[in-house]
Design a protein around this ligand. Structure first.
Ligand code: FEO
Length: 134
């Protein structure tokens, strides 16, 4: 295992519930009632699966990281505009970026961590944080 992933961010994220759907595809249980953000989430499901199926492909990994950064930026701006962005939500995004910076799709545990994180985050933070309010 690549030990560089076992940083503080990894530890905090690794204790969440890691269950995720198989096949790994977006469905209505992840609806956040916002078209652009739903579309971005759908793109994250696709890009994560792409990376897991082709773990040595650096271009796919770079594409996924770009989509994650872009999604957090847009989502935080939309939440901020409605006064819904909390320090906790920002911190959860930062922790995930910390893990992405210390891992690659070849890192042991990558698939469960990243897939588990996304579904846990949408259901546990995005939906209660802003669905129906943006
Ligand atoms: Fe959709 Fe808070 O990430």
């Amino acid at each position: 295992a690549n030990k560089s992933i076992f940083n503080e961010s990894f530890f905090r994220i690794s204790i969440i519930n890691m269950s995720y759907p198989t096949p790994f595809v977006w469905d209505a249980t992840f609806d956040v009632k916002h078209d652009a953000l739903n579309t971005q989430h759908q793109g994250l499901f696709v890009a994560i699966e792409d990376c897991c199926q082709d773990a040595k492909n650096e271009e796919k990994w770079n594409t996924l990281k770009g989509l994650v950064v872009n999604h957090f930026k847009d989502e935080e701006a939309a939440m901020e505009a409605k006064g819904l962005l909390t320090p906790e939500h920002k911190k959860i995004h930062e922790d995930f970026l910390g893990v992405c910076g210390g891992a690659t799709p070849e890192t042991e545990g990558f698939e469960g961590l990243v897939k588990g994180w996304l579904v846990n985050h949408i259901n546990g933070s995005d939906q209660p944080g802003y669905a129906g309010k943006l």
